[in-house]
Each structure stands twice: as C-alpha cells, then as structure tokens.
Design a protein around this ligand. Sequence first.
Ligand code: IMP
Length: 423
Amino acid sequence: MGNLIILGSQWGDEGKGKLVDLLAEQFDFIVRFQGGHNAGHTILIGDRKFVLKLIPSGILRPGKIAVIGNGLVIDPVALFAEIDQLTQVGVDAQARLRISNRAHVLLPAHRAMEKRIAIGTTSRGIGPCYEDKAARRGLRVADLIDPQRFVEHFDALAKEHEAMLTAFGIEPDYDLDEVRSQYLDLGARMRPMVCDTALLLNRAIRDGKKVLFEGAQATMLDLDHGTYPFVTSSSASAGGACTGSGVAPTLIGGIIGVAKAYITRVGGGPFPTEMLGEEGEEIRRRGNEFGSVTGRPRRCGWFDAPLLRYTATINHFDTLVITKLDVLDHLDRIPICTEYHGLDEMPALCGVLGGIDPVYECLPGWQTDTSQVKSWDGLPPAARRYIDYLEKQCEVEVGCISMGPERNQTIVKPGSNFEKLTV
Ligand code: IMP
C-alpha cells in the first residue's frame, strides 16, 4: 500500500471525511493540503458527531499525526476553537497536530474584504487570504510565531488592507489592536506545533511511513479546473496535494475519487442536472443536504456522468467511492445524465455549461432499505445495476459504496482497485 490521495469528484460534500476517518487507521500521517475552515467534514462515531473544518479528519484516530500543509490558509481563532472542542472530548489534538510554517494566516480583514465577492462563498475570508498569498504580501505561520516579525508584518499589511477596504467602501468590523494582541497570543500557542511539514513528510516517507492526503472541496470547485469563477481559491485536485504538501507526484501510490450517488452544490454557479422541484426537496431532506459550515441548503441534482468523466480525467482516479446510496432508496426510477447534448467536453465558460441540455437515461430504482446491507452481493439487484451503470458511464471502477454516516455502513468490492490500494 502506498501514499493515497482522497478527492471530491463533484462540487464538494461527497463524504470524504468519513472515508478518510475509515482509512486513517492504516496510515501514519493524514494531511490537509488546501483550503481552510471553509471545508466541513462531518464524521459520526457512535452517537458523537464531529465537524472538522481545518484539522484533518484523521485526528480522531488515536496515535495518528495530522498535518496542516503549506497549501492552507489558517484562521488561528478557528483553529484553536477546533482544538479546544477536540480536547474537551478527550482527543489530544494539540499533541498530534503539525502545522506548516509556510501556510498562510487568515485575518479578520480578509473576512471583511470578502463582502465584495458575490458568488455565494462561505464568507470565511478564504479568497482574500489567497489573494494576499498570490500578491506576495501574505502573512505566513513563520511570521505569526515570531512576535517581532509578526507585529511589523501585521502593521504593514493592515495599512494595505485599510486602503483596500476604504476603496471598496467596507467598514472594518474589528479592532486592530485587539486582533494584534489576540494573534500574538495564538501564535505563541501555535509555536510548538509548527515545523517544515514538507521535510517532516518526506523524511517519514523515506522511513517507510504512510501518508494519506485529505482533499477538501472538490475538482469542480478547483481554482483552475472547476466552474470558474464559481470556485474556491485553491487547488482542490490531485496536483494540489503535491504543491500543498511539498510531496512529489512520484511518491503518490493512488488516487481515490469520492462521488455522491447523486450530486449537490452550495453557492452560485451552473448546475446542469439540478432538480428544482419537489424531487430535489425530497433528496435534500433525505440526504440532510445542508452545509456543515454555513448551514445553507445544498442544491441537489441527478448524477452527472460527463462531469465525473471530466474530473476522473483531471485526477486520473484509480477507483471511485460512491456515497449516500441509501438516499435514493425510495425512488422508483433514477435518471442519470449520460451526456451534454451536442458537447463532448466540459465547457470552459460557465454561461455555456449553464445553458446545456443534459441527456438522461432512466434506471429502475430498488425501493428497498440499503442502509444495513453488509456485502456487495447483498445489494438489491437494481442497486447493483445502478452502480455498474455509473461505473461504465464514468469509465472508472466503483470500488466502495457508503450507505450511511457510520463507519460500518460501507461496502468494499472484492478484488477492486480500492481493496488493493487500501489493504
Ligand atoms: P469559498 O471557498 O468560501 O471561497 O467559496 C467558494 C465556493 O466554494 C462557494 O460556492 C462555496 O459554497 C464553495 N465551497 C467552499 N467550501 C466548500 C465545501 O467544503 N463544500 C462545498 N462547497 C464549498
């Protein structure tokens, strides 16, 4: 078994957190490589629900090292809220978390600046923080943990932010002196966890340790490959795992894509297979499709095979995990989008994608509760047929199915790439 990347293959919220938590047992390090506290990985263990936004889901497995890589933007207030929440339930997060000295630091000014961005973001300041990174004026963790450097850099950046906020006509909703002193305190708390995480991971790999890369958001929200400009500001595809961690592509042993048995999207942007009526409401209710970070209702749609073929190409998935199959249990017929009429590639322009005509194939439903099925052969024949059809349409094997939030509501297909990559 090699080092593995787990990625969302749609518009996010595919259930990556549960899968990472499940596989983490077999890895030594679990690494986040992009995004920030805009992600929300919900994991249910027994009757305890955890929503992790910044810390890799693998932290919930005793003894594992969780790494926040250089590709992230970190809001220290959000980070310590999460650490404290974990500590309260007995998870020794502080002892097992390593934070890259090259990750960027998110400030209240970034959140304030986001008020001018109207694409339905999570309003956490993620985009403006990455803007500062790309503009080469950003504040990094290495600055934050050095009090003198921090104060100098913070004060200089604050002047630039003030000018920008004035130009945008946005009134700051924070007190600069309070922020400076709060961040100085949090920087001191963070210091023992900070290191060169690229070096840490490369040394660990050299010593035979195994690394699991935990994607956040998904390829259709990737800054380069997603439905630009309705995307997040980081590289949520396979390449991002390498740039966001400092681990080379040749050290990656496999890439697992995660897809829902249908599809959802939060925020604005084109959505060819969106269900706008009662059917969509029913899926939203059954799948509890409300954002785990913002609580916003997610838009729901039918499985979109052309979209999956596109993300499978970008990431070269070895295997797919299909989640939330049980949400479709009630349907007597299930449409699947097999092509975009007259188009044989994913359009670069959102206006084109928004106007396409999806072609559907309808498969019979199974109308049986699948939530307790324990083996591939135990699935109702129509559910197996649905999965086989998705596999054929996506041109990637489906190696694992999840039918509920619990760890044990998961089936691995015997002999699949998934089994080979994870055992
Ligand atoms: P941002 O990441 O807050 O800048 O938001 C950009 C877009 O990505 C918006 O449409 C968000 O709803 C979406 N987004 C960001 N994070 C997630 C996520 O974890 N799941 C689903 N959508 C997300």
